[in-house]
Design a binder for this molecule. Sequence first.
Ligand SMILES: Nc1ncnc2c1ncn2[C@@H]1O[C@H](COP(=O)(O)OP(=O)(O)O)[C@@H](O)[C@H]1O
Ligand SMILES: [Mg+2]
Length: 474
Amino acid sequence: MREIGIIASLSSETEARVILKEGQERVVKTEDLVFVRNRNGGDILAVLRKGLGSNENLNPGGYHPGVAYARIGGQPSTAKETYDFALSVIGEARESVSQNKRIVAPGSLVEIFTDDDNPMRLLAGGKHALTLGFYEGHSNWRVPVDASFIPYHIGVFASTGGGKSFLARFQIIPLLQKGGYDVLILDWKGRDYAPFFPKDNVLGISQIALDVDAVTGYLAEKMANFGYSAYGGTVTQALEEFIFAEKWRGLSVEEFQRVLEHSMVNSLNPGRTVSGRPFEDEHRFRRGLKRLRDVDIQSILGTNTSKDILEQVRKKHLSVIDMKRTGSSEKLSMFLTLANHLMERMHNDEDLNLALVIDEGPQYVPFKPKGIQEKTTDVIIDLCALGRTHKLCISLLSQGIAGEIGINAAVRRNLNTQFVGKIHPLDMIEVGNWLSPFNIDPKFLLSLPPGHFYFMGNMNPSPIPLLVTFEVPE
Ligand SMILES: Nc1ncnc2c1ncn2[C@@H]1O[C@H](COP(=O)(O)OP(=O)(O)O)[C@@H](O)[C@H]1O
Ligand SMILES: [Mg+2]
């Protein structure tokens, strides 16, 4: 510990300002952690933010000797120069940290933690064994995490390139596993997770069986709705019947194509007429069929059911679903199939001990969901609600928080632990609402380097957000 200054007048039990001792302004930085030896009793753990420098000789907007001197380019006097920081109280420290109720006395001494002291141990208080990353600037200060709040869900927010996927891969996922959760990762582009895990842990989306609703919707879309203006019509109905009969499961692509053609023509134009409605319907279908590529068929022929996927996750403790080279509707259809299965299990009162990592969150739960996204949004809200009591953790990553670039507000309210990194300027107001009470300037978040996040909410043992980061292994 090293003394850096004293508490200024107008302090309260949660906030104060520290006047720095001469020269300390060159070493003390925002986010540094300090101890206040409160003259009113107790030691207080606190964090420094929002520094302020002032020099009475240099007050702008008026003409006086100091300003006059500056105008002609002289070095002004530092006699009336002071530096201070706002201090946000984390809590009163004994064996662990608890809420501070006494006013921080003006004049109390303030000491800074040096690398060898470890304030994180105080925060952990012997209760929280698991940690995540480290406190910014101190690689030996591992940040403690309250694992009992894992099933209260996690939100990770930062603009593209802010380090969300890295945070998930190197910190959140290992933490969830240590907390006793098996992890299922949904890799939207197949680029952020799938290439970095053993092949045995990765499942291609085309290997996954979709439910019949998802398959019909998908095929109709690929066949341009058979020329109808929207989903529906005689030919689509015939397709539905074909798919719902499920005789096509387990076929190869060529077999599927043959069986589909045969049974559709039989149903649409059984008399093989060469004019009239049945003939036109047959041709509608044939035009659609021409559009259907082998890869489209391939992506519905998967045989792994949701149950199989869960069994694999149980066995290997971590699985990645690689969704590259498929359209959003297939991805979301697959997700719905899986989510419905998880809901069913929780309705049967099963504890899941499972964490779903959903990267590219706005694809599933946008600000204003449309079409299939309405279903994925609803089901994620339901998963969150039931997950709290059945040990299912939803970890959702998003490049935006609120509004057009963000995620659905009802989903956001369910993510009780948040990591907020470098944000998009459009999120300034939202972040201001969250962080200004803690003296964190939202503007500071516009320039955070990748991999730096404010950690806040349920899983953070500190009542105020902490700036955490992590190293990327070679
Ligand atoms: N902790 C970190 N330290 C240093 N660089 C990082 C860290 N985290 C992320 N990065 C850098 O940022 C880049 C983007 O990270 P990524 O997780 O893909 O961002 P996002 O998912 O938010 O778009 C990475 O390729 C890496 O170079
Ligand atoms: Mg990413």
